[in-house]
Design a protein around this ligand. Structure first.
Ligand SMILES: [Fe+2]
Length: 353
């Protein structure tokens, strides 16, 4: 049996294979298509099929490109709007390729074409269920339906509890764990009436996501160009804003201008600076400010304990444009940090002075 998660980012792509060289990719991403193909060729593996668990709204799928470049099957739910899908599946179908057998479960709600897949003790849950406090994908995009999501979650509650959940996203490096654990740790899986579920979703106060509608359109039309839709790097996407503790979104935080920060540095005031971007971004064209501590936003909460001696100090929080830093400052303020300050405009502004 072959199994791997292929991406280093919050979007997850899974490789599954049996005893032969035939493999399937679940939720491949367009920008990694060349890497996938290089790796498969190095390992003499043959891509037989790609499966999208749903029409994605936060990245462009790599499935259309992989289908065209390898002639593999492209499998999605029968409701999927994409015209380049070659095989359409529904509840209870078994996707059988070589000795790989995946059972299809309709898991609508996040989208009307969502499926989850059961294979070898694993539940590939798409965005119908994330891990732990990540909750699940949002239901307020075109095709989303919270009533259907409630039905899906009830269905998940009935599945064997030893199935390990592998979601299409994870923003905080959580470890996959089984449904028994998820019932304890994932707020979406809490037993609720449908009405209570609606109240719970309303309390999440999801941020705006108009850009996601353009990504959906790109995926409907089988886009193979990563610039087919604008995808903000700083977007909290489904989760960071969406499932934070109730109340965090309302916390007001203060900011500092890039000029004032530059002055502090010139005056050797040596403020504590926390950069909440991903490590790769610090090495990108925008660079980073000398002396920053780097903790990506997704890993901030578990690191706060180690910073508890700095609760009274001014901490300047940096990201690309200021959006993630704002969220980080809200999280820190909620955790008792007295003076988190957002660097206004982030590294984009810093690079302009
Ligand atoms: Fe999604």
């Amino acid at each position: 049996m072959l199994f791997a998660q292929l991406n280093k980012t919050s979007c997850k792509t899974y490789l599954v294979g049996g005893s032969s060289s035939s493999i399937i990719l679940i939720d491949p991403i367009l920008e990694h298509v060349d890497d996938y193909l290089d790796n498969l060729s190095k390992k003499n593996l043959k891509l037989e099929a790609v499966i999208d668990t749903h029409t994605h709204a936060d990245h462009i799928s790599g499935s259309a490109a992989l289908k065209d470049r390898t002639d593999c099957q492209y499998i999605m739910h029968e409701n999927a709007p994409s015209q380049c899908v070659t095989k359409r599946v529904k509840e209870g179908d078994i996707i059988e390729i070589a000795d790989i057998k995946l059972e299809v479960i309709e898991s609508h709600g996040h989208t009307r074409d969502s499926i989850s897949l059961i294979w070898e003790g694993k539940l590939f849950s798409g965005d119908a269920l994330f891990l732990d406090d990540g909750g699940a994908g949002r239901d307020d995009l075109p095709g989303g339906d919270s009533a259907k999501h409630w039905v899906t979650l009830e269905k998940f509650r009935q599945l064997p509890e030893n199935l390990v959940v592998y979601p299409a996203h994870d923003y905080r490096e959580r470890e996959p764990s089984n449904l028994a654990r998820q019932k304890l740790t994932n707020p979406h899986l809490k037993k609720r009436t449908q009405e209570e579920f609606e109240d719970y979703l309303n309390d999440l106060r999801l941020g705006p996501a108009d850009w996601m509608k353009d990504v959906l359109k790109a995926n409907y039309s089988c886009a193979q160009d990563i610039s087919a839709a604008w995808i903000p790097i700083d977007a909290p996407s489904c989760e960071i804003k969406g499932t934070m503790d109730v109340g965090v979104n309302e916390i007001e935080v203060e900011a500092i201008s890039v000029e004032d920060l530059a002055l502090k540095i010139t005056n050797h005031e040596t403020p504590i600076m926390l950069d909440v971007r991903e490590p790769l971004e610090l090495r990108s064209k925008l660079g980073h400010i000398k002396g920053v501590i780097n903790i990506p936003i997704g890993r901030l909460i578990p690191h706060l304990e180690q910073m508890s001696d700095k609760k009274e100090e001014e901490i300047i929080i940096v990201c690309r444009s200021g959006s993630r830093a704002y969220t980080a400052a809200q999280i820190m303020k909620k955790a008792g940090f007295k003076k988190p300050l957002v660097l206004n405009g982030g590294m984009i502004a810093w690079n302009m002075i």
